[in-house]
Design a protein around this ligand. Structure first.
Ligand SMILES: [Zn+2]
Length: 268
């Protein structure tokens, strides 16, 4: 119980930093300096207004200075991050894997919200995440007493990175070839490329954290979520395009938590 409360509090604080990343990364601004500002009136936000949930409730959802509404998104991101920390703690305990996958989950949360609002996935998250995922997997192989190094996790990470990026790249190219060239369909909103480079880099990043089995599972799980939301989107908004990053993120989390169960069902 205490561990869950601590996970919730720590996750909420991290979530409030993820909000800063989600807001600033697309504008190429530093995420550490200067301190938090109201996006509407640019006034500096005092620390006590920045306490997760409590600040928002005390201010009744309005900026202290300009009285404009504070986006509910801030609370949503803090809450999702907090719940993610609880789930990760209960799955991995206080282990090295817990640290690795909290970093991973945070990167996925930031990528998801930036992709939804800006239709981009910043290189800081995709390429930066690839490097971090690879390093954390290499470090995982070190044993200090007696000193030895098992390179299996590092190799798995490299293969996952290449496989993840390669699968999305190839499937996008094959789809474009069949849909636009062979079936001669007109470009969708001026585009003849269905899969963005951001998605290729994102699945490469996912592969670098999860290794090749996780990259493969994510590749096959993501379209199920994508198809459901895509159809709803098409019916409600008559819009053909949806950001794919959030579905890759969902697929990655499903394979992170349940890959063993899924593999056992698929390969009995
Ligand atoms: Zn303001």
């Amino acid at each position: 119980m205490l561990a869950n409360i601590l996970s919730f509090i720590f996750g909420s604080i991290v979530g409030s930093f993820l909000n800063v990343c989600i807001y600033r990364l697309p504008q190429s601004k530093s995420v550490v300096w200067p301190g938090s500002h109201c996006p509407k009136c640019e006034k500096r936000i005092p620390w006590y207004d920045n306490i997760p949930y409590i600040g928002f409730i005390m201010l009744k959802g309005k900026c202290r200075f300009c009285k404009k509404n504070i986006s509910l998104l801030y609370i949503i991101v803090e809450l999702i991050t907090a719940l993610m920390f609880i789930a990760l703690y209960n799955h991995f305990g206080l282990t090295y894997d817990f640290c690795v996958y909290t970093v991973f989950a945070c990167a996925l949360i930031v990528a998801t919200f930036i992709d939804i609002y800006h239709r981009i996935i910043p290189y800081e998250i995709s390429v930066g995440g690839m490097i971090v995922g690879l390093l954390l997997n290499i470090i995982k192989g070190f044993n200090l007493n007696p000193f030895s190094w098992n390179y299996a996790a590092g190799v798995n990470s490299v293969i996952g990175l290449l496989l993840g990026g390669g699968l999305i790249y190839l499937s996008g190219k094959i789809f474009d070839l069949v849909y636009f060239k062979l079936l001669k369909k007109p470009p969708i909103q001026g585009e003849t490329e269905s899969m963005g480079g951001g998605d290729v880099l994102l699945l490469a990043m996912i592969g670098s954290f999860l290794g090749w089995p996780g990259a493969l599972l994510t590749f096959f799980i993501a379209p199920f979520f994508g198809a459901v939301v895509g159809i709803i989107n098409l019916l409600v908004k008559k819009d053909h395009t949806i950001p794919y990053g959030p579905f890759l993120a969902i697929g990655a989390l499903v394979s992170l938590f349940w890959s063993n169960k899924i593999i056992r069902i698929l390969l009995p």
